[in-house]
Design a protein around this ligand. Structure first.
Ligand code: FES
Length: 219
């Protein structure tokens, strides 16, 4: 049986791959085909490029499914200075920065720099996107202007953005964050927001309470 989490050790860089968080965006195979080649076994061959090139491509993986550890003394991945969530077209919410995912009881589930959060409500691996939006035909513009005005609170650099998936409810964001449309327009900047993860809000990407009406269930 194929393992969902694998590491591939090279001489100058070790690559890890979490299949449960991969939605085949394809930055890796397009960016460095000699390292990431799904026709080969193993499909990741870390020694076929420099550690620097491997790191540059992995940092473009928006889901965080790919990670690297430099073994050549090169610098580790640094989070983006400003935390950001990008609303994709018919797809997930891509978070970048100092991201901390918390359980509703406050305990930490994960610290990461890149995460794709489900916003259609159909994922089998909540709160992460697993690509189910394509099978269910989820349709939600990544460029729709928000129904509520953008906050203009100051957004500090280098601070943690805590994201808590609430039981049967939205993603609660606490900490400095900018929210962008798919085309890059900033639609929110501030320190607190609730983002829809059930797929039913008419104020996407924000939660409007529709999760209660539709009986959304998710831990
Ligand atoms: S989580 Fe979708 S409306 Fe609240």
């Amino acid at each position: 049986m194929r393992k969902m989490f694998q590491t591939y050790e090279g001489k100058s860089v070790t690559i890890s791959y979490d299949a449960t968080r991969c939605i085949h965006v394809g930055e890796c195979v397009r960016g460095l085909g000699q390292v990431f080649d799904t026709k080969k076994t193993p499909w990741i061959q870390p020694d076929n490029a420099t550690a620097e090139d491997v790191a540059d491509v992995i940092k473009r993986c928006p889901t965080g499914a790919l990670k690297f550890i430099r073994r050549d003394g090169g610098v580790a991945e640094q989070p983006e200075a400003v935390n950001c969530v990008t609303v994709s077209e018919d797809g997930p919410l891509y978070a970048q920065g100092r991201i901390q995912i918390n359980r509703p009881n406050g305990s930490v589930l994960l610290n990461d720099t890149r995460v794709a959060f489900c916003r259609c409500g159909a994922t089998m691996h909540p709160p992460y996107c697993d690509g189910k939006h394509e099978k269910t035909g989820f349709s939600a513009s990544g460029n729709k202007p928000p129904a509520c005005p953008a906050s203009e609170e100051e957004v500090k650099k280098g601070e943690i953005l805590r994201i808590t998936p609430m039981k049967n409810g939205p993603l609660i964001l606490e900490g400095p964050v900018k929210i962008h449309t798919a085309s890059g327009e900033c639609i929110f900047q501030g320190n607190k927001a609730a983002l829809c993860r059930c797929g039913a809000s008419v104020m996407k990407p924000f939660c409007d309470g529709a999760h209660a009406r539709i009986g959304f269930k998710s831990e």
